[in-house]
Design a protein around this ligand. Structure first.
Ligand code: NAP
Length: 246
């Protein structure tokens, strides 16, 4: 079965680089009209949209900060006005600021809660309105294996990523009767700007598949969750980590 997302409108948050960029490209090359969200990195978002268009797809860029609920609401309203609907939301925007518990600043915790958890909540809240109306939609949220298993030095980040799993499971139960499927993906160590400062050689040794993941490894699973191939899956967390967390 081929994956065909033609005539579907997809919003990918934080798609100016890394995992979000790979997700936007794979959804675009499968036929969806992709809205490439960014916060600061407009040039990167533009390159992602250009790459979708160059591969025969359709894309646009849309800058907004997921932490601003009113702006999120008006941007999603504008998407629905212009395209008539929103079929797919990928909550990918995220930040990570590591600190051991006793060195964690309250403002760092607040910042991560705002972007990673509340930002995803705001986007889902506003996109769900259109999905419920058309009784069809997919919401995929990028969590992390540290949201499942925790990690020293990442208590705040892990809390936000665990929160996303609770959000996903609750939305899935609430929205299933309306035809909206809601799932999460939990990547392990993926090669992006977020992880480049880590000692990747040491970490690679702990991964059973002996390699760091690529953004495309995650994007393929998101595509599956946005496609008809996963039409009986909701409320799940798919781990994409080369066997690191078992
Ligand atoms: P990244 O390379 O640092 O990219 C982060 C993206 O999020 C950028 O496009 C950035 O946009 C956007 N962003 C940040 N704050 C935003 C905000 N307030 N509003 C809108 N966009 C915002 O990170 P990544 O590694 O690709 O991570 C993507 C997602 O996967 C995150 O949720 C992360 O927690 C999760 N994840 C990553 C890994 C990993 O190993 N890399 C593992 C597990 C989970 P601008 O650049 O335009 O500001």
């Amino acid at each position: 079965m081929n994956i065909d997302l033609h005539a579907q409108v997809a919003l990918v948050t934080g798609a100016s680089r890394g995992i979000g960029a790979a997700i936007a490209k794979v959804l675009g090359s499968s036929g969806a009209h992709v809205i490439v969200n960014y916060r600061q990195h407009q040039v990167g978002a533009h390159e992602v949209a250009e790459s979708v268009i160059a591969s025969g797809g359709s894309a646009e860029i849309l800058g907004f900060d997921v932490t601003d609920e009113q702006v999120v609401g008006s941007c999603i309203h504008d998407i629905v006005q212009r395209h008539g609907k929103i079929d797919i939301l990928v909550n990918n925007a995220g930040i990570s600021k590591d600190a051991l518990l006793l060195r964690l600043k309250p403002e760092t915790l607040g910042e991560m809660l705002d972007v990673n958890l509340k930002g995803a909540f705001f986007c889902a809240f506003h996109a769900a309105r259109s999905m419920i109306k058309q009784r069809r939609g997919r919401i995929v949220t990028i969590s992390s294996i540290v949201g499942l298993g925790g990690n020293a030095g990442q208590s705040a980040y892990s809390a936000t990523k665990a929160g996303l799993i609770g959000m996903t499971k609750s939305f899935a139960k609430e929205l299933a009767p309306r035809g909206v499927l809601v799932n999460a993906v939990a990547p392990g160590l993926i090669d992006t700007e977020m992880t480049r400062s880590l000692d990747q050689d040491a970490l690679r040794k702990a991964i059973p598949l002996s390699r760091i993941g690529s953004p495309e490894d995650v994007a393929g699973v998101v595509l599956f969750l946005c496609s008809e191939l996963s039409s009986y899956i909701t409320g799940q967390v798919l781990v994409v980590d080369g066997g690191l967390y078992v």
